[in-house]
Design a protein around this ligand. Structure first.
Ligand SMILES: Cc1cc2nc3c(=O)[nH]c(=O)nc-3n(C[C@H](O)[C@H](O)[C@H](O)COP(=O)(O)OP(=O)(O)OC[C@H]3O[C@@H](n4cnc5c(N)ncnc54)[C@H](O)[C@@H]3O)c2cc1C
Length: 339
């Protein structure tokens, strides 16, 4: 992958999926990369790991849909997965289902909008024929056959390993840009980006997530992502090698990362209403993370000044958008000696 072209030294600030993806891509292109990180896990450690531009889509978010589809293409055939263990991919399809009539109407809205955008999904009038583990009475939904899901923690760890192999150096947290050396600097520290660059419009949006572990005698492990609208609320169940991830709530509560009872209860109620057999799984972990959201839900990936670039604000789609972000930053980086 090393291009052999003249490059330079690059400092990346933030060791989540975005910073690691940028660091790996730049090192592959021949940059000398230093990644500043904390010991703390950010949103990337909590995420569901769905790569789901169709089923995350909603009318009005046309640009986000386009970016998501482009990035999904990079995940599937653009080389982003090269060098990562194949087991990081845990599902190769999403099935999105509706519980009541209003939920069906919501799904129809999304499916019609996707068709209008030229990216139709497959409407299923009998979803239990597709996924027999669904609760009786659930009939309608759509399949998004090109969507993927990944094990978020395995991806973060594999990216860090890939960075090490490529010679990326680890460095302590950076709190002052003027003290960070390098020909170029990429701010990729999620919700903390405004502390380095005041005025960046990024705010934390909390999300609770559960990890349920398969036990002997439980229903077979899921092979696809199941998403559902349950009386107006949304829930998703994402396969992992040892069980599933159930997520996610979404509300604003500052920087609070304590999973609260009502959020956990809603997730369990909704997940079990859709897949009753999940009730037999072990409740292995409750966690909450902070999505770096922007006012228009679009990521901030661009140049700030001659030396500084930003890559944050990926909201609920940081894993999906990681390959696109890395390519976008590469297209903005000017090799030293070329200016
Ligand atoms: C509940 C939940 C579910 C989600 N599900 C999905 C999903 O299914 N699919 C999807 O695509 N996305 C999902 N997301 C969104 C995704 O997790 C985020 O968009 C993504 O993780 C953002 O990555 P990041 O690298 O920008 O930030 P982070 O992962 O938060 O990483 C930023 C890192 O920077 C570090 N840092 C902070 N300050 C400094 C400093 N001064 N110097 C150095 N380092 C610093 C932090 O400690 C942190 O480790 C979900 C998020 C949540 C919360």
């Amino acid at each position: 992958m090393h291009s052999g072209a003249p490059t330079g030294t690059l400092a990346v600030i933030g060791g989540g999926v975005i910073g690691l993806s940028v660091a790996r891509r730049a090192a592959q292109a021949g940059w000398t990369v230093r990644l500043h990180r904390t010991g703390a896990h950010g949103a990337s450690w909590v995420a569901g790991g769905m790569l789901a531009p169709h089923s995350e889509g909603w009318p009005g978010e046309e640009r986000l849909l386009r970016l998501g589809l482009e990035s999904l293409r990079l995940w599937r055939e653009g080389g982003y997965l090269d060098g990562l263990p194949p087991e990081v991919v845990t599902a190769r399809e999403s099935l999105v289902v509706a519980v009541d009539r209003a939920d069906v109407a919501d799904l129809r809205t999304v499916a019609d909008w996707l068709a209008d955008q030229g990216h139709p999904v497959i409407w299923e009038p009998a979803v239990r024929d597709v996924e027999p583990l669904l609760a009786q009475g659930i009939r309608h939904g759509f399949r998004a056959p090109t969507e993927l899901a990944v094990d978020n923690r395995a991806v973060v760890e594999a990216l860090a390993t890939a960075c090490e192999r490529l010679g990326v150096q680890w460095a302590p947290p950076a709190h002052d840009l003027s003290r960070v050396s390098g020909d170029a600097v990429v701010i990729a520290n999620g919700i903390d980006a405004p502390a380095l660059c005041p005025g960046l419009p990024v705010r934390p949006v909390k999300g609770e997530v559960l990890r349920l572990r398969w036990r002997k005698g439980c229903m077979p492990l899921l092979g696809r992502v199941i998403r559902a609208r349950v009386h107006g609320r949304q829930v998703y169940v994402v396969p992992r090698a040892d069980g599933v991830v159930v997520g996610a709530t979404q509300y604003e509560h500052g920087r609070d990362t304590a999973p609260v009872v009502s959020g956990v209860r809603d997730l369990l109620d909704d997940a079990c209403a859709v897949l009753p057999a999940l009730g037999e799984y072990e409740l292995a972990e409750c966690a909450a993370g902070l999505r770096p959201m922007t006012p228009d839900n679009l990521p901030l990936v661009h140049r700030l000044d001659e030396r500084t670039l930003v890559a944050t604000g990926h909201g609920r789609s940081g894993f999906l958008l990681a390959p696109w972000t890395a390519e976008q930053i590469m297209s903005e980086l000017v090799p030293v000696g070329v200016q």
